[in-house]
Ligand binder design. Sequence first.
Ligand SMILES: Cc1cc2nc3c(=O)[nH]c(=O)nc-3n(C[C@H](O)[C@H](O)[C@H](O)COP(=O)(O)OP(=O)(O)OC[C@H]3O[C@@H](n4cnc5c(N)ncnc54)[C@H](O)[C@@H]3O)c2cc1C
Length: 384
Amino acid sequence: MSAAPDVLVVGGGVVGSAVAWWLAREGVSVTLLERGELAAGASGAAAGMLAPIGEDAGRGGPLLHAGLRALAGMDALCEELRERSGIDPEWRRSGILRVARDDAEAARLQAQASARPELGLELGWLDGAALRAEEPLVALGVRGALLSPREGHVRSPLLARAFARAAASLGARVETGVAVRALVRDAGGVVRGARTAAGDLPAGLVVLCAGVWTGALAGAAGAGEASDRALPIEPVRGQILSLDAPLPTLRSIVWGGSTYLVPKGDGTIVVGATEERVGFDCRVTAAGLRGLLDAAPRLVPALAGCTFRGAWAGLRPSAPDHLPLVGAWPGTIGLFVAAGHHRNGVLLASVTGEIVAGLVLGKDVPPCARDFAPARFGPTGSAA
Ligand SMILES: Cc1cc2nc3c(=O)[nH]c(=O)nc-3n(C[C@H](O)[C@H](O)[C@H](O)COP(=O)(O)OP(=O)(O)OC[C@H]3O[C@@H](n4cnc5c(N)ncnc54)[C@H](O)[C@@H]3O)c2cc1C
């Protein structure tokens, strides 16, 4: 390998690719290494929703604020990525209907419709008749829905590839099929690069964006003796499937309880997702599929007759507080991390890149950067 980059990004999921893009856009020399293909991990499995309020419009805090920032920037970001990369991430501001399956849910969602005008999401309540006028396929028993017209979805693998190719168009080196085996450290413990089968690659800074494999990679690399334990990132399996869409299909995402239906541009509906703590087991199970296949027609009965297209699973990287870890690795000079985005990595990829680039260049960073700082799990951190 040749010339040392300023920054070496490890992991070509949506997060690592976004970090590479933001750095390249700021004129930083960057190399992105991915051991498989781009979006080989969770980013290849995701439903791709950009849904800052998640399952509950009552949610607040840094995740909400970071998500709203990401959502606000989506039109301009996707246009820029399309121009730079020639890849369309298929961003659709489809809106999300969070449906009420009983009176208690209806009361809760109806209250949320008018509670948060400051979010700028233009939330509104649709009663049963208005809901069925909007989405005739929704089940008759559904009481109504919270309409959130500004949320939407992308094709997550396309977003990752668009970030990476756009970064490459600005001079970044993007190498797939190259696994990082260890970090290279000097006698003082400062990280000076990464070790691969092809040799050592020196770098001014290494950013670990290896999803659920981040802790193991740091541990194997000897990044600060206890630091892999100090940055707890656990895998949370998500199983998800796709069906041929009924015709005419849904226009909006329909979300009821823990099940969501995302109508994609290729004529499919993605049905997600399970949330399971089963370690690094990324298999699809009969029980997982049965749960999704039972739940989907309860929201949209026509789905029961639709052709099954396929199913897959991914491992969400999750910290105990469900906030991402973005910034300097506590106690190790020359090492950053951007991982642990749990259910929001697609949504928060761009904001994560913005934070890393800001920290690297000493520029202003979004306010959520403080809440996402890995130091909260360090020896003296508040969440340690
Ligand atoms: C079923 C499911 C549905 C989801 N739906 C959504 C959604 O609708 N919206 C949303 O925002 N989020 C969603 N998520 C969450 C989202 O997918 C993740 O938060 C996000 O993809 C994490 O991205 P990442 O780049 O950190 O990790 P990953 O995508 O896992 O990428 C890590 C990469 O690092 C590489 N790597 C690992 N070790 C090494 C090494 N030693 N050397 C080189 N490369 C290495 C891996 O091959 C991998 O490509 C969903 C997740 C799942 C599983």
